[in-house]
Design a protein around this ligand. Structure first.
Ligand code: NAD
Ligand code: MG
Length: 390
């Protein structure tokens, strides 16, 4: 059965990796979805091109210096153009929108996600950092507003899919799979001098720069552990991480009877995006299919947290709770940016995050304002720590 109404979608961060893949799903199902709102930060050319193809109701360009360029290009059309962060936050309030895809990277997505939830929009959540930073507040607001948060992250989508029909059966544990990234099996010494070009080569996924570095350092899996804690209301000890280099099993759930359910498929983000957009229907797609006969083996190994310290730091932040995940996220955003600008080495990412965890102000039960202050404090602190090391 098909849903009766077309879903109007707002894509926050439509010019990024998740954003463009979401548009690909919409492109294949123009009968089911319309791109109602598109937003981008600095890539005005792509935002204009997307607007001309999808003819949304409105676009927002958050980098205000690009406003004139976008407005001039879209002037002949019936498309509203807005600029700046406040517009991004407000645009999600539109009555015309049924679902908001949060595809902005980092803390910058928090305000707009929260405002969309408060205005009762269902969320397809890619922007995992918002849950890492303020998972308690996001989930509480979602409960109060009666909205559903559909995970887009492939691991969390896998768990969501495994839980279909299991409402009354408690989760014993979840097993998050990780590819291990480009540096799996490397020694600590060999990682000291790797370049950003090497770290940006992910074996299985093509993604934005920040998440690609997070995948190489395994901070991505650490952030996903915290994301899973909030999405599925789990205790830290119910979350296990296992390396599965083939990236075919996207994650698993183990139940009280010892049964384990897995969700599988080729690594293609359009699959979890399509699941979130189409729920409860599975969309018919022409994306490539997995061939068991062509894949010789599935392998699994425990992650090495002595080499990939970020994963251990994320578990530690989750156990400490309070604003510690916010601190770890802010430090990581600054450290990854510094690594991408050749200011620190790859292994120093974990070093500076650890120092920030020890020196930022800890708050046991933070308010939303506390999260914003904590994010700013850690960013300043982390920038100073990095400067001193140069
Ligand atoms: P990306 O860098 O490719 O795209 C980021 C988008 O956010 C762009 O549209 C950019 O214009 C916008 N943006 C950047 N800074 C902004 C700011 N300050 N204000 C407003 N908009 C801003 O990133 P991505 O790989 O698409 O990842 C997006 C999110 O999805 C991240 O949170 C990431 O962890 C998550 N995610 C991505 C993938 C993937 O395969 N790419 C998989 C799972 C989860
Ligand atoms: Mg993921």
């Amino acid at each position: 059965m098909r849903p009766a109404l077309k879903k109007n979608i707002a894509i926050l961060g439509s010019t990024g990796s998740i954003g463009t893949q979401t548009l690909d799903v919409i492109r294949q199902h123009p009968d089911l979805f319309a791109a109602e709102i598109l937003t981008g930060h600095a890539n005005a050319d792509l935002l204009i091109q997307q607007a001309l193809e999808f003819m949304p109701n409105a676009v927002v360009v958050t980098d205000a210096t690009k406003y004139d360029e976008v407005r001039t290009a879209l002037d002949p059309y019936d498309i509203k153009v807005y600029a700046g962060e406040d517009s991004l936050e407000q645009i999600v309030e539109s009555d015309e929108i049924h679902m908001v895809v949060t595809a902005i990277v980092g803390f910058a997505g928090l305000r707009s996600t929260l405002n969309a939830i408060r205005h009762k929009k269902n969320i397809a959540l890619a922007n995992k950092e918002t849950l890492v930073v303020a998972g308690d507040i996001i989930m509480k607001n979602a409960r109060e507003a009666g909205v559903t948060i559909f995970p887009v992250d492939s691991e969390h989508s896998a768990i969501y899919q495994c839980l279909a029909g299991e409402f009354h059966n408690p989760i014993e544990k979840i097993i998050l799979t990780a590819s291990g990234g480009p540096f799996r099996g490397r020694t600590l010494e060999s990682l000291a001098h790797i370049t950003k070009e090497e770290a940006l080569q992910h074996p299985n996924w093509v993604m934005g720069n920040k998440i690609t570095i997070d995948s190489a350092s395994m901070m991505n899996k650490g952030l996903e552990v915290i994301e899973a804690r909030w999405l599925f209301n789990l205790k830290p000890e119910q979350i296990e991480v296992i390396i599965h280099p083939q990236s075919i099993i996207h994650s698993m759930v183990q139940f009280g009877d010892g049964s384990i359910k897995a969700q599988m498929g080729l690594p293609d983000m359009r699959v979890p995006i399509a699941y979130a957009l189409g729920y409860p229907h599975r969309l018919q797609t022409t994306f490539p299919r997995f061939d068991f006969a062509a894949c010789a083996t599935f392998t699994f190994e425990a992650p090495d947290t002595k080499i990939f310290r970020n994963l251990a730091l994320a578990f530690e932040a989750l156990k400490q709770g309070g604003n510690m995940p916010c601190i770890i996220n802010a430090a990581n955003e600054v450290a990854v940016d510094a690594f991408l600008h050749d200011k620190i080495g790859f292994l120093e990412i974990a070093d500076v995050i650890e120092i920030c965890m020890q020196t930022s102000t800890f708050i046991k039960t933070p308010s939303l304002d506390d999260y914003f202050h904590s994010n700013s404090e850690t960013r300043i602190l982390c920038t100073e720590i990095i400067k001193k090391r140069q």
